[in-house]
Write a protein that binds this ligand. Structure first.
Ligand SMILES: [Zn+2]
Length: 764
């Protein structure tokens, strides 16, 4: 068991008082308005309460609440009523979406011995909701096609493309086989996709205890890790192509919307797929012979890992009810006073695979507590400048359905009005994790400096900085010490920010607290199982709900600041710096591929592979590599240089307004401010192209996308990076040109904002 670092606790009351009055300038707020803003923020941060968060969590996770279930609808109505009672204009917005649920599931070993997988998660003593059998959705992968196949089994490690190259060298083909892949290494939907590309006819995905079980730490209920029969449910919709209702790509699935016929949908898996526990996977893996699995492929089950094919033969059956189900987004508004047509949107989903006390309720309860806090401020006379929209999304788990359909339905309004989207989802305890648009990097660093970490009494920013120093590489340490702001992560996918950021081009943030001492992603052990419930949350998660309070304070402060800054508080230095970094990465990627190709061909010529091969366990040499050509990165370099110049000019002017104030000492005419902010809002849109990325037009953002072969994992500068990774050199050249044009356009958009700001800024 890994030791959990437990810092000395500072009494909470003292810590709260300590943080009660942060000072300093606020970018976008000239001096007097910063003082007023800080006063309202301090009042807001006093509202969120761990007791409320605990009560909401208990209620919202009391019964299974997946899409289309009675308790999911009950939760929607309860959320709407709470928001309305706090003074919000709150309503439900309905969409009708394709949501398959399992009718027949079968996995059986038919040779060399017989074994039938349970495909069930047992109730656990001391965990009352784990016994709610009648309402639990069975273990399955949503959007798997129907199928009934019997075939030899092959173990494919994580089932990413490189694993198939290795199998080929081992002389093992998956053509006509059923593959068994372990969870991890990529998003789950990638596994059946790549398996089908290689000719497999079925796919099983299991949780190996090496990554997700007793190897990590003690298993539930004695510890937080995945127990023997715990199964990770989840969607295998091909979300790197598009998200949302599979039947209505690009448009809202409102009543009467045109729908694709099921047999022409491109985002279902091409082969049947089911998830397994390690209890169910063990007899299947134990029945494999053939080559020994490479050392790095072996998991932590008590068996010798072989890849097959066979002699294990498996019979796999998956059949679903292919129903259209209603989903209900809860949408609540506070209208803005001076700039009602500028919207700040904040969301978290409320649907779960089962009880979902952590995923998604841990984030949802913070959202709710923020809404209560903002409602309190309204009663005290607070008036946000911009319109605030709070959203509790339905249908996130199957494919970001609620958020995507809402974004697609309101695309035109959002294009004109949306200033920013702030997302949360799973959040437990520990260190702040922040990802998002780099035009908001400086902004969110500023907010994080004003929020107190409940376990250390430091600011959550300071704790995150020290974490980066304590756990980072030498480069990360240097950067954490010397760069003024902590770098925020670029966003791939896996939660509701995707339609906002990557489809609609709205500057977005995704924030969470996470604990890297428990497991790589914090609470991995019960992810998408029946054990993600109130019992787990109150024994192993944010047990005293103080991090739920910190998340509410952080998010609510960010919303208030975005909603009331006179100048929308984007800064562009972080964007230029990060895009410059990514440009360096894609150049290095090409250089590395050239080096690897040269080295491989040299080793082939030297006879290295033949000499080190074990003739008794032969592995074929890799094929000779084509040498990647040189590419002309000049359009990217020029784009980055232009971006850097414009960013410096704009950020300098904003700093001047923040520090010295407005020209003439009085606020500018409302039309002048509106014109400036409109230009600022366009800057994130400018990073998108209407025809999107190669082969996936729905993904329009040119800086951030989920990887076509990694799923949730981000690919920055995706058009260029993926063309290089996949050896499509003409496309790489084209994409460099397009991206260079996007960066030049972005520089120009920032320059236009600077030109609008300059006459408003007071002299030095
Ligand atoms: Zn979630």
């Amino acid at each position: 068991m890994r030791r959990v670092f437990r810092p000395v606790l500072i009494p909470l009351v003292a810590a709260t008082l300590l943080a009660a009055a942060p000072g300093g300038p606020l970018p976008g707020f000239p001096a007097e308005s910063a003082r007023v803003e800080r006063e309202w923020e301090n009042r807001f941060r006093a509202v969120p309460s761990p007791d409320s968060l605990r009560a909401y969590t208990r209620l919202l996770s009391a019964r299974p609440h997946h899409v289309g279930s009675p308790y999911d609808k009950a939760n929607a109505e309860w959320l709407r009523a709470r928001l309305a009672s706090w003074g919000w204009d709150a309503r439900l917005e309905r969409f009708d979406v394709l949501f398959p649920t399992p009718r027949t599931r079968l996995v059986e070993l038919v040779a060399p011995a017989r074994f039938r997988a349970k495909l069930e998660e047992p109730a656990v003593p001391g965990d009352p909701t784990s016994a709610q059998r009648a309402e639990q959705l069975p273990t399955y992968n949503a959007y798997s096609v129907d199928g009934d196949v019997t075939a030899p089994l092959v173990y494919v490690n994580y089932g990413v493309p490189a694993d198939y190259d290795r199998l080929e060298r081992l002389g093992v083909s998956v053509k006509g086989a059923i593959v068994i892949a372990r969870y991890g290494g990529s998003w789950r939907g990638i596994k059946p996709k790549v398996a089908a590309e290689h000719g497999a006819v079925g796919c099983l995905i299991y949780s190996d205890p090496r990554d997700d079980g007793y190897w990590v730490t003690d298993v539930f209920p004695g510890g937080p890790a995945r127990p023997r029969d715990g199964v990770q449910r989840g969607s295998v919709e091909d979300m790197p192509t598009y998200t949302g209702d599979p039947l209505t790509p690009g448009i809202g699935s409102v009543p009467g919307a045109p729908r694709l016929p099921l047999d022409s949908v491109k985002v279902l898996s091409r082969i049947p797929v089911l998830p397994l526990s390690y209890g169910d996977a063990e007899p299947l893996l134990a029945a494999l012979k053939g080559p020994l699995a490479p050392a790095e492929w072996r998991g932590a089950l008590p068996l010798t890992y072989h890849v097959g094919a066979g002699p294990a033969r498996v019979h796999l059956v998956v059949k679903s009810n292919w129903d259209i189900k209603p989903i209900y987004d809860v949408i609540a508004r506070i209208p803005g006073t001076e700039a009602p047509d500028e919207w700040v949107v904040r969301g978290n989903h409320y649907d779960a695979w089962v009880n979902g006390a952590v995923d998604p309720i841990s984030g949802q309860v913070s959202l709710l507590e923020e809404a209560r806090g903002l409602g309190e401020l309204l009663k005290q006379g607070w008036k946000p400048r911009r319109t605030i929209v709070y959203a509790a999304w339905d249908g996130e788990e199957p494919g970001l359905l609620g958020s995507t359909e809402w974004v697609e339905t309101h695309a035109e309004e959002l294009d004109r009005h949306a200033v920013a989207y702030l997302n949360s989802d799973v959040s437990i305890r520990g260190f702040l994790g922040a990802g998002g648009s780099h035009s908001l990097e400086a902004f969110i660093n500023g907010v994080a400096r004003d929020i107190t970490d409940p376990e250390t009494g430091l600011s959550v920013w300071k704790r995150a900085q020290l974490h980066a120093i304590g756990r980072g590489t030498a480069d990360e340490r240097r950067e954490a010490r010397e760069r003024g702001d902590l770098r925020i992560d670029p966003l791939g996918s896996g939660s509701d920010y995707t339609p906002f950021l990557q489809h609609a081009g709205i500057a977005s943030l995704n924030l969470a607290f996470q604990d890297d001492a428990v497991a790589p992603s914090g609470y991995a052990g019960v992810y998408h199982s029946i054990y993600d419930d109130f019992t787990w949350a109150t024994h192993f998660g944010d047990t005293s709900f103080v991090y739920g309070r910190a998340l509410a304070q952080l998010m609510g402060t960010a919303v208030m600041r975005l909603a009331s800054a006179e100048v929308v508080p984007y800064e562009f230095g972080g964007l230029a710096d990060n895009v410059g970094k990514y440009t360096g990465e894609v150049k290095k990627l090409l250089a590395d591929r050239q080096d690897q190709a040269r080295e491989r061909n040299r080793e082939l010529a030297e006879g290295v592979f033949a000499a080190i091969n074990d003739p008794r366990a032969p592995e074929a040499p890799p094929p000779a590599a084509g040498l990647p050509p040189f590419l002309n990165f000049a359009p990217l370099d020029n784009g980055v240089a232009a971006l850097d110049r414009s960013a410096k000019r704009y950020d300098g002017l904003l700093e001047q307004v923040t520090r010295v104030g407005w020209a003439g000492g009085a606020a500018p005419a409302p039309t002048a401010l509106a014109g400036l902010n409109e230009k600022l809002i366009r800057t994130e849109r400018t990073l998108t192209l209407p025809d999107g990325l190669p082969g996936r037009p729905w993904f329009r953002h040119q800086i951030y996308a989920p990887g076509f072969y990694t799923g949730y994992g981000v690919k920055t500068l995706p058009g260029v990076r993926e063309a290089i990774e996949q050896g499509r050199w003409d496309e790489a050249n084209q994409q460099i040109g397009r991206l260079g044009g996007v960066l030049e356009a972005e520089a120009q958009a920032i320059d236009e904002a600077a030109a609008a700001l300059e006459p408003l800024a007071a002299g030095q």
